[in-house]
Ligand binder design. Structure first.
Ligand code: ZN
Length: 200
């Protein structure tokens, strides 16, 4: 395998990118010149150096010298609520709606329909986050309104039920407003706000 092929196999791992597109990326880089490639190398290097994963909510954040991100570190946010979402981008959308001021947990991905292991991504971290959040009274599940999103939500509920039953924590889901097939990431602030307010 030559260098170009090696790089193409790395691009193939990107979401939604097949072998042909991966090769197009490589040719693009070859044509782009030294300066562009140097900038890209630097940007990837800086990403490794400066972007960390929060040990509490698991989202990626620009390093601030702490183990946890600014949201988890913010004592004015309530610890009585924990909102579970699929992706970092969903968190950004909900923050923009200004309709929520509790804590978050980012799963990182959904549970595939073919996956019937009964496990959710980052399960150990999620369970320890719930255990550590002593004042917790409500867990809000905010998954996309897709078949996979529903499967993820159900798997989540089964996973956390023993803990929530034991500690009398209410589990709620986002309510009306989100159309079927909607990804939270693309929902506008007003829709998210209404979905949060009408959770049940
Ligand atoms: Zn965090």
């Amino acid at each position: 395998m030559n260098e170009a092929e090696k790089l193409a196999t790395l691009f193939e791992k990107f979401p939604g990118i097949g072998p042909r597109q991966a090769r197009r990326f490589v040719y693009f880089l070859l044509k782009s010149g030294n300066e562009y490639r140097a900038n890209l190398e630097q940007a990837v290097h800086d990403l490794t150096q400066n972007i960390h994963q929060c040990k509490d909510c698991q989202r990626y954040y620009a390093s601030n010298g702490n183990n946890v991100c600014g949201l988890c570190d913010n004592t004015s946010r309530t610890s009585s609520q924990l909102l579970i979402i699929e992706k970092d981008a969903d968190l950004d959308s909900i923050e923009k709606s200004e309709a929520y001021s509790g804590k978050y947990f980012v799963l990182g991905s959904g549970v595939k329909l073919t996956d019937d292991s009964g496990k959710v991504p980052r399960q150990a971290q999620l369970l320890s986050q719930i255990a550590n959040q002593q004042e917790l009274t409500e867990i809000i599940i905010a998954m996309p309104t897709t078949t996979e999103g529903e499967h993820t939500a159900q798997t989540l509920i089964n996973t956390i039920r023993p803990l929530t039953d034991e500690r009398n924590i209410t589990i709620t889901m986002l309510g009306r407003g989100l159309s079927t097939g909607a990804e939270l990431e693309y929902a506008d602030s007003a829709t998210l706000k209404s979905a949060l307010e009408s959770r049940n």
